[in-house]
Design a binder for this molecule. Sequence first.
Ligand code: CU
Length: 149
Amino acid sequence: MVAVALLASACAGGDPDLRIAGDVQAAQPVSGASQIVLAIANDGDGDDTLIEASTDAALGVEMHLTTIEDGRASMGQLDEVDLPAGEVVNFRPGGLHLMLIVPDDTVVEGATFDLTLAFDRSGAMTVPVTVVDLLDLAESTFDDPDEDA
Ligand SMILES: [Cu+2]
């Protein structure tokens, strides 16, 4: 069985099977931006790629990666994010994250809005995002998204 599993992961020629693992949350906006916490699991045996995120509730949604260089954190924008077969990709503050650019006035604590994710192979998926206090968001980043799955 181990050999079969290794073979399957080495040759990701099958189909992706994407699933949103756990809650999708956005922090209450600060200075015209807000981070979204999200985990995407690929339960299939083929790779996929997140190519775009969008919402009506903001000017745009960008895919960012925070890196530390010379002790300073900076954010770089990504064109796409790989979602390898059999893996869970976490979008979290401090690393890979989704950022709402200029959220509108509907993005307030307790509200929900729709986020549409477009994938190279799996098409588009729309998920509800709950807006929470930044501190609650920080707490949830320590949860294992697979815990309740
Ligand atoms: Cu960012």
